[in-house]
Design a protein around this ligand. Structure first.
Ligand code: PMP
Length: 420
């Protein structure tokens, strides 16, 4: 039973779950836009494995590709045909991608992208944006905690297990604040290795001109601009957020969708910078250490290729955006009608609600959100057959009319619950 599984989880997992909190729902299976828990309850799934399942769970084409490959070998630690074909597909799809290096997780991709920028520039500091998430590496985590004075900790707390010396290596500007970023770049340009940014930070879209301004600023100083597209890659458009917003970085990181639900991520970008992954190009002494046992393994590669094949079909993104728009508008209008103080923010393929008033411009605005209301909201949705993450609605191509209707009905109940 589900209760017995939850009990086992409490016994064998720290915090009783895979993450830092006990799981309230134990998933047994997924199909299309839905998942079922261990008791057999169905949920419309807006968690989507935290984003990878853009084409839906257990898509028949992805299944077929994986099931064809499994009996032919699952990993080789050598160049393999499927991985090379996937790299070619990334180069064709993603504007900044001239070369591609595979890794297994988004955290690794971000870690290596920052290391690559440092190897290229022969400087150490990275500029990031307050509240930006760039994975769980020590270096990536530097960016998770806001560092401006105020109601927020100055840096990662001591309990985070990150060497204090590393905390000096990040420069932090508020998201969407081009003036602050410009001032930091001007002051530190001789120490800066790169600038890393989520094109849409969590669910806060870039203000008009922000990404373009970063592009011009970094180009002026010859500093690589890195888009963390682990979330937005293949989701905002086939070419990712860089295609969607029309700003091409020097490097980007990809994860989630690219592996079709299997562990695969990538760093992609300008050939001259990516050359630091090549001993021959930069000389033995200049080469950047990067390797990984399962990187670019053929199972993940065929799942990724099959996923990209689905995404290239005509009308894909129109359908994804239409679903997302219906849900965003449906949620916004219901909360408004119920008089709940809330902002629905993001882009149709990925959005969220923040229980606060006013403009959503940077991390501090989302941090103003009422956490208790958010917990209540997520709980009411769950009780009404809708699953989402703590802070995101991921939309899938597999979400159909019935899923949308279930979600809108759950929004009705949640709006009423929060109004009362
Ligand atoms: N960057 C961003 C923007 C992310 O959202 C995530 C994961 N949610 C990561 C990096 C890390 O990816 P992974 O969980 O695969 O390590």
């Amino acid at each position: 039973t589900e209760a017995a599984i939850v009990e086992t989880a409490r016994r064998v997992l720290p915090a009783g779950g895979f993450g830092n909190t006990a799981s309230e729902v134990v998933i047994r299976e997924g199909k299309g836009g839905r998942v079922w828990d261990a008791s057999g309850n169905a949920y419309v799934d807006f968690l989507l494995g935290s984003g990878p399942m853009l084409v839906g769970h257990a898509h028949p084409d992805v299944n077929r590709a994986v099931l064809d490959q499994v009996p032919r070998g699952t990993t080789f630690f050598a160049n393999n045909e499927h991985g090379i074909r996937l790299a070619e597909a990334v180069v064709e799809a993603v504007p900044c991608a001239e070369k591609v290096r595979f890794v297994s997780t988004g955290s690794e991709a971000d870690l290596y992208a920052m290391r690559l920028a440092r190897a290229y520039r022969k400087r150490d500091k990275i500029l990031k944006f307050e509240g930006g998430y760039h994975g769980m590496s020590d270096y990536g985590l530097m960016s998770l905690w806001p560092t401006r004075p105020g109601n927020f900790p100055q840096a990662a707390p001591d309990s985070a297990g990150i060497p204090a010396s590393l905390r000096q290596e990040m420069l932090v500007a508020p998201f969407n604040d081009l003036d602050a970023a410009s001032a930091l770049v001007a002051e530190h340009r001789d120490e800066l290795a790169g600038v890393i940014v989520e094109p849409m930070q969590r669910s806060i879209p870039p203000r008009p001109g922000f990404l373009q301004g970063l592009r011009e600023l970094t180009a002026r100083h010859g500093i690589p601009l890195i888009f963390d597209e682990v979330v937005t890659g293949f989701r905002f458009a086939y070419g990712g957020a860089q295609a969607y917003y029309g700003v091409t970085p020097d490097l980007c990181t990809l994860g989630k969708v690219i592996g079709g639900g299997f562990p695969l991520a990538a760093i992609a970008g300008r050939a001259d910078i990516m050359a630091h992954f090549d001993r021959g190009a930069v000389g033995e002494a200049g080469f950047l250490p990067q390797i990984g046992t399962l990187s670019g393994n053929p199972i993940a590669a065929v799942a990724g290729l099959a996923t990209l094949d689905v995404l290239r079909r005509p009308g894909t993104y129109e359908r994804l955006f239409a679903t997302g728009r219906t849900l965003m508008e449906g949620l916004r209008s219901r909360l408004e009608k119920a008089g709940v103080k809330a902002r629905v923010t993001g882009e149709p393929p990925l959005f969220d609600v923040v229980f606060a008033d006013g403009e959503m411009r940077d991390y501090r605005d989302t941090a103003r959100g009422d956490a208790q209301m958010m917990r209540r909201f997520n709980q009411v949705l769950r009780e009404n057959g809708v699953l989402k993450g703590d802070s995101k609605f991921y939309i899938s191509l597999a979400h159909d009319e019935r899923d949308i209707a279930t979600a809108l009905a759950a929004f009705d109940v949640a709006a009423a619950a929060l109004a009362g």
